[in-house]
Design a protein around this ligand. Sequence first.
Ligand SMILES: [Zn+2]
Length: 156
Amino acid sequence: MTGMVLFALIKKIGLPLQLELLLIIMASILSHGLLDKLSILTYHPELPLYGDMFWEEYHYKILPIATAVAGITAWNECGPVILFTIIPDLDWILRSYLEEKPILHNIVFCFWNWLPSLPDWRLKRSGVIVELILILLLWSAYQQLNLSPHFFKTII
Ligand SMILES: [Zn+2]
């Protein structure tokens, strides 16, 4: 969703098309690193808590539904941006073939090392409130920016 907001902001600037596309692609990929850094503030235990009702309800129902609704709603306007934002997660595929260290994540994290260290709330259930507030803020920012529909279809 951060990629969607950055996309809408960059569109508002009104740059030449090639520069706009380059910025959108770079901002989308880099936004993945920012969100991964912020995820320490949200309820995401490092290991799955199978058998924990709260963890299972949140990770198997609420988050997938919220993600699907946001993705489906915004797909026509910025589907490719959504795909660009998940490029660093190719690490999960690369890791099984190449090496143990996440290559793409380490690259995008380089751009966010200036962030102060944040409190680790990954095991705190109240972290779901932080995550839901972040989702609502990003969603309302995206809606406020009011994109023209089918942007990518007009340039392809
Ligand atoms: Zn990631």
